[in-house]
Design a protein around this ligand. Structure first.
Ligand code: NAD
Length: 357
């Protein structure tokens, strides 16, 4: 018998339950195929938690997610809860959960699928084959640095990183590069900022433990330009909080179809894997949501949290095949659809490809 894993499942609100159900469908298919077991435990978060318990992040969820191997999450939020006080709103629950889980690394892949190349606003030749992983430091840098102050005529923030914070995010990036094309580009502003000088020094030190990985450095202004000019040059990009915030959004738009992109907040014992889109209340309950971003998040979970590389590859290949065969949910129907399918059908087709491959 193979290994057995326990996953925390947070379906959330809006299309969350529909898309997460299809990711579970696909996870079950790879577990059967590759001979491991997955059990699931559901937790409440966001609007669903408010309706049931009165708060967006119940204590049972905080306790529960610390006892599983990884968490797969759909999305939260919706107009029903928009008028609540800020600390009681669904989004506060998600921010608090990430903090509780201590996830300091945000992984944001930008993948351009050949079949959806026309969804990009850039020329096909520029984006064909793009497969970038942006590793963003999530809990340090200028968003959290002290001192900070807003005053009438003067306001300031502090960009601060410690050696330890830089080393641990660099290590995440190098570990990921080892599972990819073994290239890391560290992005900073070392020509102007002392904090970036330290960043560069520490990344160089960490690189010594990964002789197989090629390390390069790039200033953030140039990186922004290069992402648009020649995005294929990048494999893994590692950078601080504010630079990563901006670059990961720019990178995700290379694909033009954000409904397909997964993400992860990780680095601590348990990682949180989720699509980059929201709960899409406008289409919730209609069975037309695209589950691919959530299914791709499940593949990331297998690859980066559970080390089940073959299973992760099988999911990624099945997603490529489903797109190559012309199956599209409504949101991407404009791009060479041969057949428009529902959320459940898309999940079933991907699961069947895996079982039969
Ligand atoms: P959204 O991503 O939910 O939706 C934007 C548009 O994209 C909508 O037209 C929606 O129908 C479409 N869309 C999104 N995902 C889709 C999918 N999988 N398949 C097909 N179409 C899809 O963003 P929004 O409308 O700005 O936010 C809606 C709610 O989601 C808000 O309450 C917001 O706070 C919340 N939200 C949650 C998260 C999260 O849970 N991580 C992230 C962003 C927004």
């Amino acid at each position: 018998m193979g290994k057995s894993y326990k996953l925390g499942i947070i379906k959330g609100d809006g299309i969350g339950p529909e898309i997460v159900d299809e990711a579970i469908n696909v996870l079950d298919a790879v577990a059967t195929k590759f001979g491991f077991e997955i059990s699931y435990e559901e937790f409440l978060l966001g609007g669903a938690a408010i309706d049931e318990t009165g708060v967006p992040l119940p204590q049972e969820t905080i306790n529960g997610v610390k006892k599983v191997d990884a968490v797969l999450f759909g999305a939260i939020g919706g107009p029903k809860w928009d008028n609540l006080e800020r600390h009681l709103r669904p989004e506060s629950g998600l921010l608090a959960l990430r903090k509780e889980m201590g996830t300091f690394a945000n992984l944001r892949p930008a993948i351009v699928y050949d079949e959806l190349i026309n969804a990009s606003t850039l020329k096909p030749d520029v984006v064909r084959g793009v497969d970038i992983m942006v590793v963003r430091e999530l809990t340090g840098g200028i968003y959290f640095g002290q001192p900070r102050e807003y005053a009438q005529d003067r306001a300031y923030n502090t960009m601060v990183y410690t050696r330890e914070e830089i080393a641990r995010i660099a290590k995440v990036a190098f570990d990921i590069a080892m599972k990819r094309d073994k290239r890391v580009c560290s992005v900073d502003k070392a020509n102007v900022l002392e904090v970036s000088q330290l960043w560069r020094e520490v990344v160089e030190e960490v690189a010594k433990d990964y002789p197989e990985v090629e390390l390069s450095h790039m200033y953030v202004d140039n990186a922004a330009m290069q992402l648009i000019r020649e995005p294929k040059q990048f494999d893994v990009i590692v950078t601080g909080n504010i630079f990563g915030d901006i670059l990961s959004d720019a990178a995700s738009m290379l694909s033009g179809s954000i409904g397909l992109l997964p993400s992860a907040s990780t680095g601590s014992k348990v990682g949180l894997y989720e699509p980059i889109h929201g709960s899409a209340p406008d289409i919730a309950g209609q069975g037309i949501a695209n589950p691919i971003a959530t299914i791709a998040s499940a593949a990331m979970l297998l690859r980066y949290e559970l080390d089940e590389t073959e299973a992760a590859d099988a999911i990624d290949n099945a997603i490529k095949k489903v797109l190559a065969d012309g199956y599209r949910t409504g949101d991407i129907a404009a791009f060479d659809a041969k057949e428009v399918v529902s959320c459940t059908e898309m999940g079933n087709i991907i699961a069947n490809y895996i079982s039969k491959s």
